[in-house]
Design a protein around this ligand. Sequence first.
Ligand code: AMP
Ligand code: ZN
Length: 431
Amino acid sequence: MSIYYNPIIETMPRAELEALQVRKLKELIAHLGNSRFYAEQFKEMGLGPESVHSLADLRKFRFTTKKHLRDAYPYGLLAVSKDECVRLHASSGTTGMATVILHTQEDIDHWADLMARSLYAAGVRRSDILQNTSGYGMFTGGLGIHYGSERLGCLTVPAGAGNTERQIKFMFDFGVTVAHIIPSYALYMASYLEKHGIDPKTLPLRIAVIGAEPHTEETRRKVEKLLDVKAYNSYGLSEMNGPGVAFECVHQTGMHLWEDAYIAEIIDPETGEPMPDGEVGELVLTTLDRRGMPLLRYRTRDLTRFIPGQCACGRTHRRIDRVLGRADDMLIIKGVNVYPMQIEQVLMSIEEVGENYVIEIYNDGIMDDLRVKVEVMSNHFVEDMRALRSLQQRITAKLKNEILFTPKVELVQHNSLPVSEGKAKRVVDLR
Ligand code: AMP
Ligand code: ZN
């Protein structure tokens, strides 16, 4: 059995892959002439398909931003008539008002293919039984993963979000081998198993596909250990369909970004100029396979970098590193730039720390400060004040080492912090 879902595309030599991108980009620019938004822009700038000869020519075109999507809400960016569309999705609105994307039947088919290819890269096969624990609403992690799993031929269990007891019962009853689960919920499920004395080794699960929210390598390892699975990172966003944009292969060394379907750029978020290869910047994506609502040079606000070199799996599509966070996530406290992921990285490397934490930003009357509330595993939450105090000091020192100032650290009992259904809310601004 091949290790690739689509060997020709996945292992296409770079030169051929880039030629394919240029050809598709030319077609895209021609098609975008049907979108009022882009047509006006192209006219004003004197650009058209004939302006594209190489990938570098993409930079002649302007960026598309979330603001453009909001201003055009809901149908303003369509490149086909609404009648041709069969599906509408909206972003979960991680930041602000929702944005809407419409798909034609062809778009949905392409997306399902990409998703099947992604799952396959992570080692999922048609003999697997896949349980999808994402909500089946507007959030693309529901239907997106679902269609991909069916396309691959997996028996698919559309469990939806929440009700952990039922999720676990399904896993046992149906012999579920693959779970699609966001990392914060995977950790919650692990703590549920622990609390109910269920040995994760007795679960039939072998793979967890985790994504949809930023998480660290330490969190991945924790999920793997606590659920006794291999966990693979999955990246996507509604504006780019949803899941299936970039996915880890079994080597777990970054996510292959499917370059036959997207052109990826990494830019300096301040200047818009390309970052030197391998350096962290904002990911910008152009859709190559979409007809309903294609987007040109869309600024994702997600910070990542291309991982240099080739992957051992033989796929030629470049890999991106795990997302550090969003450009708008950066906190400036005491004049220092802090990303929430730096804090998570420290916390999840400490054995006594449980699954949940919250970062609070508050003002003490003079300046902004950080308070980190950390759950401690039950077996470590002893009555011994001295032991707790020393744990708190250890966490504080490690955090200081990473973020360069001393945050307040508060230890709380296991399972005492609120859990959100859907993506975790880790930062609370109390200012
Ligand atoms: P939505 O379109 O509402 O599903 O949200 C998409 C956003 O979720 C992305 O722009 C990222 O900020 C975040 N996201 C999705 N997948 C990942 C991932 N694997 N790692 C980190 N962040 C992710
Ligand atoms: Zn690989």
